[in-house]
Design a protein around this ligand. Structure first.
Ligand SMILES: [Fe+2]
Length: 119
């Protein structure tokens, strides 16, 4: 079974989808199974990806993540409470942070090179 809010990617065409309603985990795109994007919680490598929550502000990450055409944070999602979320899409050149009108209890971010990260 899939579960709500999972992120799946097609490694052929690059489609990325989010589960809004649970069903069988047999998602197919370009005639191949889609790949579940695991939420990474431990930093690896030199670039930092884990969302840092400071009051209403969420930064990616402890050292600002690159925001170049080739490598950037595509979106940040913040969760004020169970069952609620706010997703903000970013583009190259943006600052990898957002300020919400609430204090998030958790956050996740998607890097176009390194995938999905959560804190
Ligand atoms: Fe990255």
């Amino acid at each position: 079974m899939t579960s709500k809010s999972q992120i799946w990617k097609c490694n052929v065409c690059g489609n990325i989808i989010e589960i809004l309603h649970e069903g069988a985990d047999s998602l197919v795109c370009c005639k191949q199974p889609m790949v579940l994007q695991e939420e990474k919680i431990e930093e690896e490598g030199t670039e930092k990806h884990k969302p840092v929550i400071e009051g209403n502000k969420v930064k990616i990450g402890s050292i600002p993540h690159p925001m170049t055409e080739e490598h950037f944070i595509e979106w940040i999602e913040v969760f004020p409470a169970e069952g609620r979320s706010l997703k903000v899409f970013l583009k190259p050149g943006d600052i990898p942070e957002i300020t919400a009108c609430f204090t998030p209890t958790s956050a996740r971010a998607y890097c176009n090179v390194h995938g999905l990260w959560k804190s």
